[in-house]
Design a protein around this ligand. Structure first.
Ligand code: SAH
Length: 398
């Protein structure tokens, strides 16, 4: 049995919790430092002992746990997990029935009612990501629920509850059948080689599915494409499948070359027809300007924060400068796909950054379309940070 503790919420945080804010922050609760055991059930009350919510204690990068229910009678037991996961699965029925797409998110943390846990599906295999030891203490309930509800070939897990949400490098296999390595999944007919037991990242970011499809179907044909911060080249492959003249992928990490070659190969494309460059994007921009290179389609998908030998990049501060450099090497009437997964700002601020970049270069532009998280990355309306993805297709007019 889990321990239950009753805690008082500080007056200024009561309203937020009442309207459904799901994260339990250190500041919001009195004496939270008295709770020692991860996974402890926390019951929250206001100054007048009115019940506000019930959740678990789990120390994360941000926050000390998550509210799971606002019903004081509801128990946090096997039945609770099964109910939440079942609802999440129902919400993704289209994807479960979609033969062309075998990789998608099944459970998205607080968006599906349990902060600190995500579940991804890759061709019958499931990857559980635990964001605290607290949520990890419910592992048996989560796995039992999942196996009750869907056919599971095998289960893997990512433990991200070391200091600052850093991934714990472990054997990630949990049970069932081992997945082939690589496992080939499909996404709208695009193939991706993924590795379920090879570190924190499996090789493809599932939240960009709609963007990849849009690039392939509407923006790539006959175009020259520059894909910066390209990782395994997923956007390059989508563009190449859409009939791009040539793609150029640029990433600093050595592994990106072989990983990108592999993604081309599993799609029956010859990677020799494309450029894969292992280099700092900021150096590459300088080189491209010097050589007067320009591209019809430029994709910018930097991490929120990155430090290379010469540069520190922080999306919240440096995105306009990055974009200004990209604008310089984009053809007139070309398109820039500007993406950010930084959770500290929203779409409004992102568009202000776009405006400021064009102001810097003295050019004009037109926004063609915008994307946020896809339907399987369900978000919680009171938890804005969870709605982190912003992608804007920008036409450079002059
Ligand atoms: N766009 C990718 C995901 C990007 S992940 C996709 O669609 O899959 C971020 C990538 O940026 C990582 O692969 C990292 O190696 C790379 N990166 C970080 N800083 C960089 C820099 N200064 N120059 C080039 N690549 C960088």
């Amino acid at each position: 049995m889990k321990k239950n503790v009753r805690l008082k919420v500080k007056p200024s945080y009561v309203k937020g919790l009442k309207t459904g804010f799901p994260l339990i922050t250190e500041d919001a609760v009195q004496n939270i430092s008295n709770v020692k055991e991860e996974g402890t059930i926390i019951e929250l009350f206001d100054e007048k002992n009115v019940f506000l919510g019930k959740g678990y204690y789990g120390k994360q990068n941000k926050g000390r746990g998550w509210v799971l229910t606002q019903n004081s009678q509801e128990l946090i037991d096997q039945e609770f997990f099964e109910k939440k996961i079942k609802k999440a699965i129902n919400h993704r029925q289209d994807l479960f029935n979609n033969y062309e797409t075998t990789a998608f998110r099944v459970f998205n943390g607080e968006g599906d009612g349990i902060g600190g846990l995500t579940i991804d599906h890759y061709n019958g295999y499931y990857v559980l990501t635990w964001y605290s030891e607290g949520i990890y203490s419910f592992k048996d309930e989560v796995i039992a629920s999942l196996k009750e509800l869907v056919k599971v070939k095998g289960i893997y897990e990512k433990k991200r509850f070391a200091v600052k949400g850093k991934y714990i490098d472990d054997d990630d296999f949990v049970e069932g059948e081992q997945a082939p390595s690589p496992l080939i999944v499909r996404e709208n007919g695009i193939h991706f080689a993924v590795y379920l037991n090879d570190g924190a990242m499996v090789g493809v970011f599932l939240d960009q599915r709609d963007v990849r499809k849009t690039i392939r179907d509407q923006y790539a044909k006959g175009k020259t494409v520059l894909n910066t911060f390209s990782y395994t080249g997923a956007f390059s492959v989508a563009a190449a499948l859409g009939g791009a003249l040539k793609t150029t992928s640029v990433d600093l990490a050595n592994r990106s070359r072989s990983k990108t070659q592999e993604q081309f190969s599993v799609n029956g494309l010859d990677y020799e027809d494309h450029d894969i460059i292992v280099e700092d994007v900021f150096n590459y921009f300088k080189y491209a300007v010097r050589k007067e290179l320009s591209f019809d389609l430029v994709i910018l998908d930097p991490p929120s924060f990155a430090r290379s030998k010469k540069h520190t990049f922080s999306a919240g501060k440096d995105y306009p400068d990055l974009l200004a450099q990209a604008i310089q090497i984009t053809e007139r009437n070309g398109v820039i796909v500007a993406s950010s997964n930084c959770s500290t700002f929203g779409m409004k601020k992102f568009k202000e950054m776009i405006a400021s970049a064009f102001k810097q270069t003295g050019g004009t532009y037109n926004i063609l379309e915008e994307f946020k998280l896809p339907q399987d990355f369900k978000t919680h309306k009171e938890f804005k940070e969870g709605n982190y993805l912003k992608v804007v297709f920008i036409e450079k007019l002059s």
